[in-house]
Design a protein around this ligand. Sequence first.
Ligand SMILES: [Zn+2]
Length: 204
Amino acid sequence: MSAPGRGGDGTEPYRVAVSSDDGGPTAVFEHLWTPYRMAYIRGEGKPTGAHDCPFCVIPTLGDEDGLVVARGTTVFAVLNLYPYNAGHLMLVPYRHVPDYTDLTIEEVAELGAFTQTAMRTIRTVAGAHGFNIGMNQGSVAGAGIADHLHQHAVPRWGGDTNFMPVVGLTRVLPQVLRETRDLLAAAWSDHAGSSAHPTTPTEI
Ligand SMILES: [Zn+2]
């Protein structure tokens, strides 16, 4: 596709967010937490039930098709199809529940562990300088898909992006996302479980 601004598969949301030419992460982050963008994830409007809920569908796909970075027991990590920034991950319980208080202790623990691993992985792979971590609870708070809670982990850089082009620039985003998924998935296991308590102390 040589003509900038056209071509591709015609999915318009890919071309939102960045208007300035130097478009670093800061340009993109003017749009952080804008609720309409989440509605674009994997198709159109709000799910009406578990069956068409994107966060219920994604785990049934292959890792590459679903952009799944890692799968845990109760939680999985997936790249946001319409990221606020390069490497924007979401940590999502498999269970279709809307509210943080609906989670079991085990799910809360694994969601936390996955969030830590996401941060470590993105720091290592992409040298993120900071993160925005959080979840929107309820439509009124900006959740595009309010019925199935999901935690955002959005890496931040101090003005440059050496990891990959930011959304809205000329590269074809689906390809970038696949490459990103591959990178993060390959590095994920190196950082899972390397937390507070040291694991696998190479016993003789
Ligand atoms: Zn769901």
